[in-house]
Design a protein around this ligand. Sequence first.
Ligand SMILES: Nc1ncnc2c1ncn2[C@@H]1O[C@H](COP(=O)(O)OP(=O)(O)O)[C@@H](O)[C@H]1O
Ligand SMILES: [Mg+2]
Length: 234
Amino acid sequence: MTRDPVLLAADVHKTYVLSKKPLSILRGASLHVLPGEHVAIVGKSGSGKSTLLHILGGLDRPDPGHETAVRILGSDLLRISEARRAKVRAHDVGFVFQSYHLLPEMDIVDNVVLPAMALGSADAASRARATALLEMAGLGERLHHHPRELSGGEQQRVAIARAMMNAPAVILADEPTGNLDAGTGAQILDMLFGIARNGATGQNPPALVIVTHSEDIARRCDRILRLADGALQP
Ligand SMILES: Nc1ncnc2c1ncn2[C@@H]1O[C@H](COP(=O)(O)OP(=O)(O)O)[C@@H](O)[C@H]1O
Ligand SMILES: [Mg+2]
């Protein structure tokens, strides 16, 4: 049985223009990720890893003028409307960033429910799911705390619960332990890989694309791709 990729990117180019000087960051990056697969992306600081991850998740657009495709479950993010792209992003992609990106004015349940709101389904069932995800993250006693009342590691666990809220097909994680000490980072990774292996609360296990500096983290993945000279190499 052949499996269609959950994520496919072909010939991605990205140029930034700084003081009128073009800075070519991505020059034909391509990858495909199968359902449930764990892929690490490594590369030097400034090589374009975050830029690529943003493009893969539809948060940023690649340069026009190439035969570029970015497909999530078959939807080409570059050939659908912004409204449709926002739906695909909310429904099929979970993001985990180095700096958590939680909303400070909301308690952590509301933070985790947020992706369901993006799909117009923030009902009692979504709150129950958010609560279950936070309990799974070991934060069942902290449901009505605000992000500032939590440690960095706890905030990242909230962010992972939020990424799982809509049971995405793929999680995109950008140096998720970059701001944490080694011990806390190891706990966060165990949580992330545990979810990626088993799924959360009855869903299929998502695929995981993780940008990392750590060889240890990369070795836990099925494949390691290196971003160098604007392209991904095995
Ligand atoms: N919005 C932007 N405008 C201009 N240059 C940018 C922008 N975002 C990133 N860059 C530059 O693009 C390069 C790649 O950045 P990034 O994707 O963050 O790399 P990495 O995540 O691998 O460290 C860096 O040189 C960075 O300074
Ligand atoms: Mg980065």
